[in-house]
Design a protein around this ligand. Structure first.
Ligand code: LLP
Length: 419
C-alpha cells in the first residue's frame, strides 16, 4: 500500500491532495506520511520476531520531533551521534535506556550529557575515547555502559562517501585492536562492557555484507568469551538501502532472515540502527516551478528548492525521482531541474525525462524523507523549509518555515562596528 499516490490526475499523500498543502503552507516543504512511517517501522521490527531486539532509529536520517515521537510510541529506541540528537531524543520522550550513542568524535560536554542522562550504551570508536569516558564517568560518579564499534573490513559496495566498514575508513576499531580495547575496558574502573557494535555503511542493496559483518562479530564474541568477557548487546548498525530508481535492495524480512537464523538460540539482545529504510520513502520534498528556460541544447526547469534544501543530488550524485503534483497530457521533456542557488552544482536532477511542467506547477521530489531536511542548510540566506506530516485526511505543520529573523538569530554587531 503506497501513500503517495495519484488519484485521477493529482498526487495525494494519504487522503490529502498535495496541492492543497502547498496552497496553505507555501513551498518548498518536506512532507511525511504518518501511515508510511509507521508501516516501515513495524515491518522492520516484526522482521526480527523471535529475537530480543531494540530498533534504535538513526536520528540523523530525520530528526523531526514528530517523526521521533512516532517511533518512540511504537516501542523504538534511538541511535544518536551528538548532544543535539540526545536533546531531541529526550524531547521526543525516549527513555534514556533506549538510546545508543555512536560517533567517532564525541566531545567532553556531550559525553557528560549522555552519562548524566544514563543512556543504554556508548558505541566506542577509539581507545582514547574509551579512556576519556572512563575518566568522565569517574568524575561524575556514573557507570559507563559501552560497546566497541568494530570495523569488520567488509565492502558494502555502496557510494564511497557512505561506506564506513572498510579498513581505510575512519570508523570503528579493527578486530585485533578491538580485543585489546575490550581487555583495557575490562580493567577500567567506571566502564561496564555491555555490547559489541558495527555499522558498515549506508544504502546497501545486498544482504551479503551484513552477513559477513555478523560472522566477524560473532567470532569476536566467542573470543571475548574465552577471555571471560560476556557480551549482552549485539548492535548491527543500520545501512539497509531503499529503491530510489531501479535498485532492488533486500526486503527487511530477507535482510532479517540471516540475522535471525544466526542469532536464534543465543542469549544476545539485538540492536539495529536503521535510518533510511524507515523514513526514506516516507517523505518527499515539494517544490514549485519558478521558471522555464531553454539553453542552447538544454531545457531548464528552475525550481524554488535548491541544493541547500536537498543536498543529496549534488553531494552524492544521488537520484531522486521527480513527479508532477498535477499530471498533464503533454509529452514529457528532457530537462535539468535546478535550484535558485548560484552554483553549477545546484541541481535536483540532470538530463531527466520529466513531465512538461510550466511556471507555477508543483513538483514532488521523491524518496526525500531520509537525509533531506537534516542535511539542509541556510546557504545563500535561504530560510529552512517547513516540514509537514499527513495523517489520513489531515495535515500538520511539524516544523515552521524559518523567517528572515530566524536567519539572523543570535548574531550581533560588536560595539566597535556600531555607528
Ligand atoms: N548507525 C550509524 C552509526 C550510522 O553512521 C548511520 C548512518 C546509521 C546507523 C544509519 O544508516 P542508514 O540505515 O540510514 O543507512 N547522508 C548520507 C547517508 C549517511 C549515513 C551516515 N550514517 C545520504 O544521504 O545518503
Amino acid at each position: 500500500m503506497h501513500h503517495f499516490i495519484y488519484r485521477k490526475n493529482e498526487l495525494y499523500c494519504e487522503d490529502v491532495p498535495i496541492r492543497v498543502i502547498a496552497e496553505n503552507v507555501g513551498t518548498p516543504f518536506y512532507l511525511y506520511s504518518h501511515a508510511t512511517l509507521k508501516r516501515h517501522f513495524l515491518i522492520f521490527d516484526e522482521a526480527f520476531e523471535g529475537l530480543k531486539r531494540l530498533i534504535c532509529f538513526s536520528a540523523k536520517a530525520n530528526t523531526n520531533l514528530a517523526v521521533l515521537k512516532l517511533f518512540e510510541s511504537l516501542g523504538g529506541g534511538l541511535d544518536i551521534v551528538s548532544g543535539g540528537e540526545l536533546y531531541r531524543g529526550l524531547k521526543a520522550g525516549f527513555s534514556p535506556d533506549r538510546i545508543v550513542y555512536s560517533g567517532v568524535g564525541k566531545r567532553v560536554d556531550e559525553i557528560d550529557y549522555a552519562l548524566d542522562t544514563g543512556i543504554l550504551m556508548f558505541n566506542i570508536e577509539s581507545l582514547e575515547e574509551l579512556e576519556l569516558i572512563d575518566k568522565r564517568a569517574g568524575l561524575l560518579k556514573r557507570r559507563a555502559p559501552v560497546a566497541i564499534r568494530i570495523n569488520p573490513d567488509v565492502d558494502p559496495k555502496t557510494h564511497p562517501y557512505i561506506s564506513t566498514g572498510l579498513e581505510k575508513s575512519k570508523f570503528g576499531i579493527n578486530t585485533e585492536t578491538a580485543i585489546e580495547g575490550y581487555k583495557v575496558a575490562n580493567k577500567l574502573e567506571n566502564i561496564d562492557i555491555v555490547g559489541i557494535d558495527c555499522h558498515i555503511g549506508s544504502q546497501i542493496t545486498e544482504a551479503k555484507p551484513f552477513e559477513e559483518a555478523l560472522e566477524s562479530l560473532k567470532n569476536l564474541i566467542n573470543e571475548l568469551k574465552q577471555l571471560g568477557i560476556e557480551i549482552q548487546y549485539l548492535d548491527m548498525g543500520g545501512g539497509l538501502g531503499i529503491t530510489y530508481d531501479d535498485e532492488s535492495p533486500p526486503h527487511p524480512r530477507e535482510y532479517a532472515k540471516a540475522i535471525v537464523k544466526s542469532l536464534e538460540g543465543t542469549h544476545l539482545y539485538l540492536i539495529l540502527e536503521p535510518g533510511r529504510v524507515i523514513v526514506g520513502n516516507a517523505g518527499i520534498l515539494v517544490t514549485r516551478v519558478l521558471f522555464r528556460k531553454s539553453g542552447k541544447n538544454k531545457e531548464f526547469v528552475i525550481a524554488d528548492a535548491g541544493m541547500n534544501d536537498l543536498m543529496r543530488p549534488t553531494l552524492y550524485n544521488a537520484f531522486h525521482a521527480i513527479k508532477p503534483v498535477v499530471t498533464t497530457e503533454d509529452p514529457p521533456i528532457m530537462a535539468d531541474v535546478v535550484g535558485p542557488i548560484c552554483e553549477t552544482g545546484d541541481f535536483l536532477a540532470v538530463e531527466r525525462k520529466i513531465s512538461d511542467v510550466k511556471q507555477g506547477d508543483l513538483l514532488a521530489v521523491m524518496s526525500a524523507g531520509a537525509y533531506g531536511f537534516t542535511m539542509s542548510s541556510n546557504y545563500c540566506s535561504r530560510p529552512r523549509v517547513a516540514e509537514v506530516m499527513v495523517k489520513d485526511d489531515r495535515f500538520y505543520v511539524v516544523k515552521d518555515r524559518q523567517n528572515y529573523e530566524d536567519l539572523v538569530a543570535g548574531e550581533s554587531i560588536p560595539p566597535f562596528l556600531e555607528d
